[in-house]
Design a protein. Structure first.
Length: 463
């Protein structure tokens, strides 16, 4: 087909993009309205976060201020994000203080959890390098302690050094990882929320005795909401608890045939660890405790992510939409789990081989654009796999349109936008290494078409 024939089959959308004319004709048109006087939650400046296995500290050189590319990539996600250290490896990692143990590996990502469980350790050298890394990136740290295999005194000893070394870069200490999964693994079959709270209290008492003024977060549940409810119910007894935390995976495990691109975009996949009912449970827990809630570990597909699902363009748009949806619900942050070469990790690589970005990186950058913004009320007819948001940031109103579907969606904006648009897009849902986040010139017209698997940010004039 020559260029003239090709252009004869394409049409220019309001965003300046080319789409098939047939697809354009079938595009559902919706009218979007928003109320600039009805405001919702404001997104915290440290909303963006990354989650790593605590075992990664076994290699003191991984988090290092001298790792310039890694530092730059992290800063590219946010100037003030949160690194969380924990994961299932955290329950197998012991604190060794000033001892120097040659690392048995360079990286320990989520893909290594079932392979490497020997010799995992944290040293003061690793903590000192971590502090330098945090200073270089401008980020802070949510630090997980070993509950399954450590004693309260051992956890307190580690907390002393963590608090001293990380200083102002430490957000809070988290005692244990996914305690709701301890039963029949680290604890007896009849171990439940009450047993967890009693054990958490013993660890808390030992840590506070050693580190007066320490701050805490929890319970870092996997999926059993009764643990979150129980923790929230007693939280007011502990004024030093800074936030509630839990985990979220849209699907899993990675080997499940149920974990597909089509299921990633649905509100509740069959194998999701966090069901829709969980939102009400989180809201109730926040109200009872008076504490904010952070999704401290999560991603598209647990067990390291899935090739062709977690490492492709669709995951970037899914991630951007999850961030905005959770922020609109009042959650104070997200920590995408990753590290190593985990399929779902926004940043992959090693100090010796270098670091690079995966598609979710760009989706996170898109979501981070609205840190500090306040949500405004929006309304539009429901379209499958299509979401819309209105936000006010620095005195300007933004309309964000997210299309995870397979076809384009045409929208009439509530006002004529300013020239230009920021677009998160790619050539196909399953495309690798082709996601782009760009700002483009655009004619200021109210009717716009959002291509498949694309997110767009428009700035509209105040009415």
């Amino acid at each position: 087909m020559n260029r003239r024939d090709l252009l004869g089959t394409l049409a220019v959308t309001g965003s300046g993009l080319l789409l098939p004319r047939v697809a354009m004709a079938r595009t559902p048109a919706i009218r979007l309205t928003f109320d600039p006087k009805r405001t919702g939650p404001t997104i915290p400046r440290d909303f963006v976060g990354l989650s790593f296995e605590r075992a990664q500290l076994s290699n003191p050189g991984y988090f290092s201020p001298t790792s310039r590319v890694f530092v730059s990539l992290v800063r590219g996600l946010s100037p003030s994000g949160v690194i969380r250290l924990g994961g299932s490896s955290g329950e197998h990692t012991r604190y060794v203080g000033d001892r120097i143990i040659p690392p048995a590996f360079e990286i320990h990502g989520p893909e290594h959890n079932k392979l490497n469980r020997e010799g995992l350790n944290v040293s003061t050298l690793a903590l000192q390098n971590l502090r330098g890394f945090l200073d270089a990136t401008g980020w802070t740290c949510l630090y997980g302690l070993n509950l399954a295999h450590a004693t309260p005194d051992e956890a307190a000893r580690e907390a002393v050094d963590v608090t001293r070394i990380l200083g102002q870069r430490l957000v809070a200490l988290q005692i244990g990882n996914e305690p709701d999964a301890f039963r029949n693994r680290y604890r007896p079959a009849n171990w439940g929320p009450a047993d967890y709270l009693a054990e958490w209290d013993r660890f808390h008492s030992a840590i506070v005795a050693a580190v007066p003024g320490a701050r805490f977060a929890g319970p870092a549940i996997s999926n059993k909401l009764d643990y979150l409810t129980a923790f929230a119910a007693v939280a007011k007894r502990y004024p030093d608890i800074a936030m509630l935390t839990g985990h979220y995976y849209a699907m899993g495990p990675a080997g499940s045939p149920e974990a597909t691109l089509d299921r990633l975009k649905v509100p509740e996949a069959k194998t999701a660890t966090f069901k829709q009912a969980g939102y009400d449970a989180v809201t109730a827990a926040r109200q009872v405790s008076g504490l904010p809630y952070r999704m401290a570990e999560g991603n598209s597909c647990w067990d390291g992510g899935k090739v062709g699902v977690s490492d492709v363009h669709a995951a970037s748009v899914w991630g951007a939409n999850r961030m905005l949806d959770w922020a609109r619900r009042g959650w104070i942050g997200i920590n995408w789990h990753g590290g190593g070469y985990g399929n779902y990790s926004p940043i992959v690589g090693t100090p010796t081989k270098g670091f690079t970005r995966r598609p979710l990186y760009y989706g996170t950058q898109f979501g981070q654009r609205f840190d500090g913004a306040t949500f405004l009320a929006t309304s539009a007819p429901e379209v499958p796999y299509f979401d819309h948001y209105a936000l006010r940031k620095d005195g300007r109103d933004h309309i964000v349109l997210v299309n995870q579907g397979d076809g384009p969606v045409t929208v009439e904006l509530p006002a004529t936008p300013e020239p230009g648009v920021t677009i998160l897009t790619g050539p196909a849902a399953a495309a690798r290494d082709a996601t782009s986040l760009t700002s483009r010139k655009r004619r200021p017209v109210r009717t716009v078409t959002v291509p498949p698997v694309t997110a767009m940010d428009f700035t509209v004039a105040r009415r």
